[in-house]
Design a protein around this ligand. Structure first.
Ligand SMILES: NC(=O)c1ccc[n+]([C@@H]2O[C@H](COP(=O)([O-])OP(=O)(O)OC[C@H]3O[C@@H](n4cnc5c(N)ncnc54)[C@H](O)[C@@H]3O)[C@@H](O)[C@H]2O)c1
Length: 267
């Protein structure tokens, strides 16, 4: 069901790789809620070509941008404003990648060049996006920026490796930049800490399937799906959450507040 929550709003949605991407669902929901937006992803992801299907469905243009390149991000904000006809009202940061995780390096044997890449791609990119937008004054007053994170920023999960540091940094950037952008243009910046979700990034983590079942058995409401995450994003992009900023918001069916569940004890 749609409510017209984003009627008249202009956005930028990053990170839609394929149909299982959380950003893919966010784009579909934003369209239903009346927004117009551009889609962006790393140029290398474009070659896979699936994003074109989404662009057609949403009547959106694709602007390739590597989130580690300031030049690419400047183009992204310039072209998005030209295409959409004004300043940007909402931005989704849905970007994460760790070469160490991808190549199966143990946390006790990290490759430090890859470690830097994990932080650059998955966390510094949020700062880079915000700083680019700030300098260009590209986000409208009361605009909303949301980045997706995971609870490994607060608690240790054996399989999450250097992405844990990346997420801790991402959440810290949201707080720090949230302060400065709030003062400057009343722009709000939040992170959503999402349940394990079956996507390319999620399933790339070893032991993900078992952990997915574990989290499902702990959370009283079960794991939050990508579609439900997209619903939550709509509220944060809408005008109904104007005073929510600098927050890390758990969207996990209650997992983060549960010690142990009866189901786990019974097992
Ligand atoms: N899947 C989960 O279990 C889960 C849980 C919590 C948070 N998250 C977070 O949600 C976000 C989206 O991940 P997803 O699960 O939808 O997986 P996904 O693999 O579909 O999305 C990750 C995206 O990051 C993009 N990306 C990688 N390097 C990039 C770069 N240099 N520049 C621009 N884009 C780049 C990829 O192309 C891809 O589209 C990530 O931040 C992820 O950490 C995922």
């Amino acid at each position: 069901m749609a409510y017209g929550l984003l009627q008249g709003k202009r956005g930028i949605i990053s990170g839609a790789l394929n149909e299982s991407s959380i950003a893919w669902k966010v784009a579909q929901r934003a369209k239903e809620e009346g927004a117009i937006f551009t889609l962006t992803n790393a140029p290398v992801a474009m070659r896979l070509g699936e994003i074109k299907k989404l662009a057609q469905e949403c009547n959106a243009e694709i602007i390739p941008a590597d989130a580690t390149s300031t030049e690419d991000l400047e183009k992204l904000f310039t072209q998005s404003q030209e295409i959409l006809g004004g300043k940007i009202d909402f931005v989704l940061h849905s970007i994460g990648m760790s070469p160490n995780v991808r190549k199966g390096r143990a946390y006790t044997d990290l490759n430090y060049e890859w470690y830097k890449q994990s932080l650059d791609i998955s966390a510094m990119s949020l700062h880079r996006m915000l700083q680019t937008a700030y300098k260009m004054d590209a986000i409208s007053e009361w605009g909303s920026v949301v980045a997706l994170t995971y609870m490994a920023a607060q608690r240790t999960f054996s399989f999450y490796s250097d992405m844990a540091e990346a997420k801790a940094m991402l959440e810290s950037v949201a707080r720090s930049f949230g302060y400065h952008y709030g003062k400057y243009r009343k722009v709000r910046v939040n992170t959503i800490s999402q349940s394990p979700t079956v996507t390319t990034a999620g399933s790339g983590i070893s032991g993900f399937d078992k952990f997915y079942g574990y989290a499902e058995a702990i959370a009283p409401l079960g794991n939050a799906s990508a579609d439900q995450c997209a619903d939550y994003c709509m509220t944060l992009f809408s005008d109904y959450t104007r005073m929510v900023t600098m927050q890390n918001l758990f969207h996990d069916g209650g997992f983060s507040m549960t010690g142990v569940s009866q189901e786990i004890l019974d097992k």
